[in-house]
Design a protein around this ligand. Structure first.
Ligand code: TRP
Length: 361
């Protein structure tokens, strides 16, 4: 069986370090690994509209931001098909049929949707489109017969729901769809990168993000203002590592060679942590170390972004071509779905012949 990747992001803002370690960086590696027959990367604008119906301009503005973030991280349209969800009508049609295979109570049990409903204070006024977005996400994945969905752990319930839909569809209508698997980030610190304020997640509304497109100075300021251990007041105080954002980021970004370059007095991260726990290591020193590491990672991304920003019509054209390619693939799957469901009346010559027979008797 072919190995196919599909994944994507909602264009509700520029992409940040949480996206980068949680998914983006891995995608680029997977794209370049040669292990996959196809890679589809989707800008999920239709999904973004499920809870931004009153603000289409925000989504529209952020499509190009996300596309620039993709390209500057190294996603390459020669290797990956990058496309815009809303331009593929076939996805809506698949969703309409999948809806018959999912119960309301099953959707209500989806932990990610539950958390999002709480976060947005929807309570009883949940838009139906938002409530059912896991079904639409199953269409995104199955339309491309994706085997592999690289994503963060918050997407696990969506993949599970997709697998259930696939099994149900195949058991009723015959083997048609492919069951996908999620591919989680390898490093556990990357599963969910906290915000700079120590809150559980980077989120634009909390203002605790480091964006891939932040300037060097913006990144430095955010790092120097990061949440650490509130009990670590004087340098000589013993400090905590658990829940200390600076150390969580180091777990995600620090590699052994960074010590040789920036902190040669330490053999590695364990020794740095030990020193912090014992006391005698100040936050500023650790933050400066983290800043050097992040700048090293982000500088090439910033440089590439500047280049792509010089040709915005070219970026839209890349999206248009990607969308055309993706649409053909989705249309092929939809054809298969329609014939499996026996709603392909006009293509079904046997049907027409047998009905003709029946009425001429
Ligand atoms: N739900 C994803 C997010 O919140 C975006 C998304 C839409 C997606 N469709 C997808 C991710 C299909 C993976 C596969 O960012």
């Amino acid at each position: 069986m072919k190995k196919i990747i599909l994944t994507g992001d909602r264009p509700t803002g520029r992409l940040h370090l949480g996206h980068y370690v949680g998914s983006l960086k891995r995608r680029v590696e997977l794209q370049n690994s040669g292990e996959f027959d196809k890679v589809f990367i989707m800008i999920a604008d239709a999904q973004a509209l499920t809870d931004n119906a009153d603000n289409p301009e925000k989504i529209r503005q952020n499509i190009i931001e996300v596309a620039l973030d993709y390209l500057s991280c190294g996603l390459d349209p020669a290797k990956s098909t990058i496309f815009i969800q809303s331009q593929i009508a076939e996805l809506c049609e698949l969703t309409f049929y999948y809806m018959n295979l999912v119960t309301v109570s099953r959707l209500q049990r989806n932990p990610t949707v539950k958390a999002e409903i709480q976060m947005r204070n929807f309570e009883t006024s949940i838009p139906v489109g938002f409530f059912t977005y896991p079904i639409s996400q199953a269409s995104d994945i199955t339309a491309f017969k994706a085997t592999t969905v690289p994503a963060g752990e918050d997407q696990e319930p969506m993949i599970e729901q997709t697998r259930e839909i696939v099994r149900k569809f195949n058991s009723i209508y015959g083997e048609t769809l492919v069951e996908p698997e999620i591919l989680l980030p390898g490093n556990s610190a990357c599963l969910r990168l906290p915000g700079t304020d120590g809150k559980a997640k980077m989120s634009k509304s909390l203002g605790n993000c480091i964006y891939l497109s932040d300037t060097e100075e913006e990144v430095r300021k955010k790092v120097m203002g990061m949440f650490t251990d509130p009990g670590h007041i004087k340098v000589e105080d013993p400090g905590k590592i658990e829940g200390n954002t600076v150390f969580t980021y180091l777990d995600a970004f620090c590699r052994p060679e960074h010590f040789a370059g920036y902190l040669p007095d330490y053999s590695g991260l364990d020794e740095l942590k030990d020193h912090y726990r014992r006391g005698g290591l100040g936050d500023v020193k650790v933050k400066k170390f983290l800043n050097s590491i992040l700048q090293e990672e982000l500088e090439p991304i910033r440089q590439r972004r500047k280049e792509f920003e010089k040709d915005i019509p070219g970026v839209y054209n890349m999206l248009k071509e990607g969308t055309e390619t993706a649409r053909k693939v989705a249309a092929r799957t939809l054809d298969e779905v329609r014939s499996a469901m026996k709603i392909n009346y006009f293509d079904d010559h046997e049907l027409i012949a047998s009905q003709s027979d029946r009425f001429s008797r």
